[in-house]
Design a protein around this ligand. Sequence first.
Ligand code: ZN
Length: 283
Amino acid sequence: MSTSRYLESGSLTLQPGEDGTFIVDPLCCGVHKADGSVDRTAVIRKLTPRVRVRLAEPSAQNDNLEAGNILLRESLVEVGGEKPTGSVLDRLYNGDRDLIQMAARQISMGNTVTYQPVTCPGCRGRYHPVITIDNMEVFRVNPDEVEAITDPAGNPALGFRVESAEHEIEAVVRFSQGRDQKAVEKVRRNFVAALHRMICECVHSFRFRGEEIEHRGAALQAWVESPAGVPMDAWDWLTEEIMDHQPGPDLVNFMACPDCGRRELLDLGASDFLVPTPRGRRR
Ligand SMILES: [Zn+2]
């Protein structure tokens, strides 16, 4: 990931709160308040073994969004001064959802996260990707540079502008939120399809070859994929711009093969990765 004027690089910052809680401050994006301001704090508490039982239920095992919501509900006391209701979690930015989950993991189970072993597609070697939460680079939005937008439902949101004269694209893109994962859920095991769907969900306004394109979400996807749509090289440019500008902890950079250095984008499975089940010491 490259940094840009929209993002600032840092790390997870936690302070002790009242009654054994911890305060995550600042969040990567924050929560929009009714008065138009953005509150960038979350209050979290330690997870209990209950979270593991809830994550093992079939509804969570087959649904990344639900697994993330369980972790967030179990750990969040409040975010942006609000209780973690369904609509608050739907509109929480994915970068903040990831950051809060990592913070809850750190205060509950320690600083080192060991992933299930993977086979490197480069050298075929087996390794356990390991993350040290304190060392994770965290990208937060620069509030002076991002754009305040209003989504089609009338909700305030944060976005950023991308332009390319070469590809004749001008777009404003909303940072991805929990609700975008609902659109992606059906295709989430297909990374290419899921990424393409997510990009289409997050495009807030789009001009191509000087014309305003009115389609959004699934309709934008259908238009992009039509012969009249956007050439692949132009769409790939937009996709890379959007990927480069996502706030949140940078998980990808820590998933490198120790033998050949190849980096892999791994699915952040909440139950296996963040809250592993004890399996006994003899294994
Ligand atoms: Zn390798």
